[in-house]
Design a protein around this ligand. Sequence first.
Ligand code: ADP
Ligand code: ZN
Ligand code: ZN
Length: 667
Amino acid sequence: MGIVPACVAQVALDVPLDMAFDFRLPPGVSATPGTLVVVPFGRTQRVGVVVGLAAQSQVPEGRLRDVVRVVDDLAALDEQTLGLLSFCAQYYQRPLGEVLLTSLPPRLRQARRRRLRLPEPHAAPPHVIPDTAPTLTTEQADAVGRLRQHLGQFRASLLHGVTGSGKTEVYLQLIEAALALDKRALMLVPEIGLTPQLEGRVRARFPGERIALLHSQLGEGARAAEWVAAQSGSARIVLGTRLAALAPVPGLGLIVIDEEHDASYKQQDGLRYSARDVAIRRAQLAGVPVILGSATPSLESWANAAAGRYDLVSLTRRAMPDARLPRVSPVDTRADRPAEGLSNALLRALKDRVARGEQSLVFVNRRGFSPVLFCRACAWHAECTRCSANLVLHREDGRLRCHQCGLARPTPARCGQCGSPDLAPVGHGTQRLEEALHAALPGARIARVDRDAAARRGAVAATLAKLAAGSLDIVVGTQMLAKGHDFPRLTLVGIVDADAALYAADFRASERLFALLSQVAGRAGRAGTGGEVLIQTDFPGHPLYAAVAAHDYAGFAEACLAERRSASWPPYAHLAILRAESRDKALALAFLRTAARIARGLGSPVEVFDPVPAAVERRAGLERMQLLVRASSRQALQPFLARWREALDQRAERRVRWALDIDPLDT
Ligand code: ADP
Ligand code: ZN
Ligand code: ZN
């Protein structure tokens, strides 16, 4: 007997079932695992990925349908990418088909589409002004030297560099070293839409290279083209947001994860993956080094470095000659009471900067005019009818908006409860601060950067360009401005209203606040003009602010880690959350109670908590509940999750939607 030719393709499809479907391969048509095929699905057609081949099928002859065609303008997914995506499916407890298909750009998932034009190899865009590398500081040179030694093998390194220490320069030199070995580099950034500066720097340093840019704000056609440029290898540098962690890159030699602590690396729906963790696994599969860079590393990464699992490489000084870390001081708002959100101390400092022709950033992590509209007569306040959230007043268009579900309605003239016209906006958002600044500093050139401003196409880019060109004095913004930006003329940062986050319930709240404040503070004084940061607070002695002021990440991290250890929170434990939502709260709760009973019955060394409401208990009319499980190791958690999910999958929950969130960031 010779080898029976494979005539059945096992195809993974984007369906909520964890199984592959058999299709007959017509004579003369061949496929390998990873080949994209179009198959009939009910009365329509779908794109699927071949995951196996067989000589025969269990499906009766008469019911076995034919593969419609092989997608032939696209190469098959390579073995390494398939391996990575299977790992994701397993680890995050999602069907393989869903993971495979959602890793593709939307256009390439369509059964009917125009043929792709393959990119020309190494075609670089015109009009890039090339830029040469600066002379490295001693610390940078040491870092590059150490990290370069890992090329050609798997090694995870944590590049802990204070803001402005020149981490990007280190990445660029390592990318160059990888390219010199004829390897490709994958660089992940948290939000590319907000870091055009970085894209520009990479392009300027590698003017001859085709760089594939992957993020969700690209149009469908462009996104498919960039993905193909990565997959075909015509781009030797792949730069993108979390979804780029899943894109195929042949001949990979290096992975860089910039701002590795950033929460936007975690996807919050569907495949709830951490692009950082997936990228580390990917480096391991590919046998290449991965560099995690941050001024404020996640505690997970810091603990990994402390335990010797990651190499720790530090940059302790700013790179530009004479640049120092900014001076950070609290403004005691119990004594210096802010009017319209601004203390006298901050106003004075702003005036000084405007007079000197320097720039300032006023940071408030809340968009809109004010977060609450309050009735002074009866204490009623405007709430969303569909969410457990207050409606935020937006003055620009006179509307109340829900930041959870997007509901918008006209601002009422009278109280919804007692009819009094005495309604007062309470608290300060970006719009209100912008208005207050205009009033207090007439003539100053002021702009705002937040998600509302970003809704106007190109508006944020225009503001950033003005800031870079020096034609703005003050910018008011949310955390969109916290990351990565490098504005040499910016010497003052004012932080308004950070106190609320000091006492949040989530065990990660202080880690997050420290990172955010350090990042925002890090925007000041990057070019040696002496930066200053003023934090308005009712708690000027709070240890978190003291740590920010001392630029003492390490001390802060040690203290947090000690707390985590004694409370058995990550990184000293591993978590998963079963999230459930339903129109009917009782149903969600009943589902989670059953799930908890099943979990406890599995006899795994896993701690099962009781169901509790989610942080935002109701959103868009859905009641949201969650159930936390905790284990001392991944090795204990993973098999438990697989069995738990299998048991849950067998229950037909009609009016409850549920999902597992592995290594959740919001607990
Ligand atoms: P980070 O990413 O660590 O916050 P950047 O890479 O943005 O820091 O560098 C901060 C600033 O220092 C940038 O303006 C950059 O051009 C500059 N810079 C970096 N390395 C050097 C160097 N070796 N010499 C002079 N300037 C440098
Ligand atoms: Zn009232
Ligand atoms: Zn709402």
